[in-house]
Ligand binder design. Sequence first.
Ligand code: ADP
Ligand code: MG
Length: 249
Amino acid sequence: MRLKAIVDLVDISMNYHSKEGETRAVAGVNLSVEAGEFVSVVGPSGCGKSTILSLIAGLISPTSGHVEVNGRVGYMFQRDQLFPWRTILDNVLLGLEIQKNKSAEAIAYAHEMLEKYGLGDFKNHRPREMSGGMRQRVALIRTLVTRPKILLLDEPFSALDYQTRLSVSDEVGGIIAEEGVTAILVTHDISEAIALSDRVVVLSKRPSRVVSVHKIDFEGECGTPTARRKQPQFPEYFDKIWKEMREDE
Ligand code: ADP
Ligand code: MG
């Protein structure tokens, strides 16, 4: 028996209208994500990836097609969006404030998450006192304390330098696995997608269509994204996806 999908996109299309005219961003995308899955969506810049996340988050409605989402959604962006004048703790509590859910239980959970993920000593620090990688971890915890079932990540590592990107994707991948949330990551970085995901969905250039879907399986599942990058199958997945994206150009 097939489990009910936690996110189901059925033949969605999205046209934007502006003074300059109409932009077709998404052209008939189907995507079904099971609970607990980590799915990455890769595609060239401007192909409609962020649009697809906004559709899942319900921030916009599709021009046609159907979006079904069964659970609370949390969003993590490319820039950490922390407020510089707030402490780390107060930044983490912001999501709860916005949801008007700053209960004693929720505050205790925020403290617990900061401790659990190595930020306990930084609660009273300001974002500028921390590295880019730590700030992204704070941003992730801020989202997780609202207890989302589905986490949407919009190129969350692309503002970081290469070394930091590797270690932060290990940390973030580890936290997501530990907390058991379903994750949908959009990125133009093929390696990042393969290293983190159960499945990689390849999109065409704008307007986006699904070109292919790759199930990522490493023999004797090997844990962290960094460890996965060293697996012999890694370059095979990379070449296949890279060729598909080039052929689409
Ligand atoms: P990606 O995230 O893959 O880079 P986007 O989803 O941001 O792509 O954008 C896809 C296309 O839709 C782009 O051509 C972009 O300019 C256009 N677009 C995005 N948002 C809007 C908007 N609010 N109004 C008009 N056009 C938009
Ligand atoms: Mg984008």
